[in-house]
Design a protein around this ligand. Sequence first.
Ligand code: BES
Ligand code: MN
Ligand code: ZN
Length: 491
Amino acid sequence: MSMPTPIQFLETDLDAMAEANGRLVVMVTPDGKLDQAARRANRLSKGAVARFVESDGFDKVKSGQVVSLGWPAGMAAEALDILIIARNAGAVEIRKAGAKLAKLKGDKPLNVMAGNLKGAAELALGIALRDYSFNNHKTSEKADAEAGDVTIYHNVPEDIQAVAKPLLAVAEGAHFTRDLVNEPANVLTTTEFANRLEEMKSLGLKIEVLEEKDLEKLGMRTLLSVGQGSDSPSKVVVMEWNGGEKGAAPLALVGKGVVFDTGGISLKPAGGMEDMTMDMGGAGVVSGVMRTLALRGAKANVVGLVGLVENMPSGNATRPGDVVKSMKGDTVEIINTDAEGRLVLCDVMWYAQDRFKPAGMIDLATLTGAIIVGLGHDNAGVFSNDDRLCNAFLKAAEAEGEGAWRMPLGQGYDDLLKSRIADMKNVGGRPGGSITAAQFLKRFVKDETPWIHLDIAGVASLKSESDYAPKGATGWGVAALNRLVSDMFES
Ligand code: BES
Ligand code: MN
Ligand code: ZN
């Protein structure tokens, strides 16, 4: 997997600044105050930093912005980056600034003179999150292109390093998610996905792979009906992290892992179908969160379950009109084989509750195009039967700068799922398409289970770069869910 570039934390060394290679970053406050390192850079460059601060241009810059001076006089660095940042800037602001530095960095060494910046660990996380590229399949790029070192100089580097350690676990989890989501479907088959998860045993996670015969025995017919047209075997992978009190009910995370969604017999149009390699985004986030929790040794019990299937048309694929029975026992009339995510999730969610009796359950899925119509690419859709859990999640998402917006549920939407011949249909029509999808899932949530459904179709992968990620997979949700675990489930 692509690991975030390691970040070194060293004690402030002003004398090393003149000789630093690559890029050198110093900080100035929005009201124009230079810290010690900025003053040294100013002296070395014969007053360039002060001239910038006194220029008209400085009045227009905002906190969090970076202004670069190329090939500065008096120093070896090829660029002097001036980061304008308030001394008391918030975590998200500092993190975004770090991401800007990582974007400038390229493959050059990056030396950040953070002085006594309190949020220097957040700066490190921002750098680590944005310092990502998916180039496994570019033959021109060396497999291990030597990424430039990142060094953060700070007055108390040990303290910053200690705070940064669990944060950098978030970056590594998010990179894992992105690698899975970016991977094409001929490489990331259901089998390859399961193999990559099994490798996480080395981190102390308990990993179990349920094969088709196991799923048959459990009665997961709706999940199996999605994969039955594919040559790739359907699987459910269970990942357990038991860092909390022995016997304490876990949080269950459930992910949609459709490694490719052609739509099945209800075939999708050709244009844009290639994007459906990301239809395992929910499973990708669940996997990334589990990795983060293991890396930072979270003191919580969390179980991650992913349903891995491929939705293909074939001679034995599910037909529109087929009726299948879920593990719960309810029957579903499959009107549209392209509404397959809910068929996968409903069985895995039921299994999760049946086996683990979780204290809470959160499912993630690139479930509907309708959520993109409603919320665009800035917010995931949040559906819940429990205000406490939901509000805690919304708070965590906000703190991490990951967009999330609550959507309604209600009997009227549920009514749209009535079927003439079975217990329900798998689609409710165009109006409120994301909500009827959520209502379908809700039928598989036990009354006593606090539950959140996250529709991440609009946020899992983007055509343009975002604050923390280049184009492509974002890793949205890894940070928010990790924070939710620490806020609500850790002692
Ligand atoms: N995987 C898609 C949803 C999707 C669309 C994800 C765009 C990411 C980007 C899902 O399986 C799907 O096909 N949903 C249908 C549901 C419809 C048939 C009720 C949709 O949204 O059109
Ligand atoms: Mn589909
Ligand atoms: Zn899908």
